[in-house]
Design a protein around this ligand. Structure first.
Ligand SMILES: [Zn+2]
Length: 253
């Protein structure tokens, strides 16, 4: 599988041609028992099948194999109050308050998640406290979306994070964007002006940074906003997740 992932990451759809080697990444040997929360709609329907949920986890797990991390749901908590099936920001907060199970990663699978990208809402570094490891995913998202949410909970920023605008030449990569230097500057900003093809090619090829350099983002990066194109993490993203997980002084089941 390591070979397969390396192959995926070196595809041109990843944007830049960067070849990662994962052989000497630390193996944390951790399986997370996820608490899954499934709100029903107004008519009492879940609108997702067990098979679809299984596929989500199988797909997401492929991304984490290089560091020997995996995720599986150990329970499905059905929420019969349909107001939790349409997650506004306020409802997300209430969901976590009412249903969160401590010492576990909690995933809420709702019909709608109020975000420009309903496949990316995870509590950043949520895993660093026993009560805050939670994320929200719309029922139509793929395993790349679930992996993205786990990435946030495990301490990864979006590749397009906008604290300071990252330069294409990488000169401010440690303090700008996602603060990692093997993920190139990414102009994605939820704007409809940033576009990509169904074959996962970046379209805005004439867009430049403050130095006038053309952007060439990793469209296939799991932490990017190019939905349905998410294909892998970079080496530094893996190391960051391992660092965050390894620093915990309490158990996450
Ligand atoms: Zn995100």
């Amino acid at each position: 599988m390591i070979f397969l992932l390396t192959l995926l990451l070196s595809q041109s759809s990843f944007g830049q041609e960067i070849h990662y080697t994962f052989e000497d990444l630390p193996c944390v040997d951790k399986h997370f028992n996820v608490a899954l929360h499934l709100p029903l709609d107004r008519l009492g329907n879940a609108n997702i099948t067990q098979e679809e949920i299984d596929t989500l986890f199988i797909e997401a797990n492929l991304f984490f194999e290089p560091i020997c991390m995996s995720f599986g749901y150990c329970s499905i908590d059905t929420i019969e109050n349909y107001s939790f099936d349409s997650l506004t920001v306020g409802r997300m907060q209430k969901s976590a308050e009412h249903f969160n199970r401590d010492h576990m990663i909690n995933i809420f699978l709702a019909s709608t998640v109020a975000s420009p990208d309903p496949c990316h809402v995870g509590n950043f570094e949520g895993i660093t406290s026993p009560e805050t490891a939670f994320g929200f995913l719309a029922k139509g998202c793929d395993g790349g979306g679930l992996a993205h949410v786990f990435g946030h909970i495990l301490g990864l920023y979006d590749t397009f994070e906008g604290f300071t605008v990252e330069l294409v030449d990488g000169s401010n990569c440690a303090t700008a964007g996602d603060r990692l230097c093997d993920t190139p500057a990414d102009p994605y900003n939820f704007s409809p002006l940033v576009q990509w093809t169904s074959e996962c090619k970046f379209i805005n090829v004439s867009e430049t940074d403050a130095n006038g350099e053309l952007y060439n983002p990793q469209v296939g990066n799991v932490m990017s906003g190019y939905r349905l194109c998410r294909k892998g993490f970079t080496r530094q993203q893996f190391l960051r997740m391992v660092e965050v997980y390894s620093s915990l002084d309490f158990e996450i089941w």
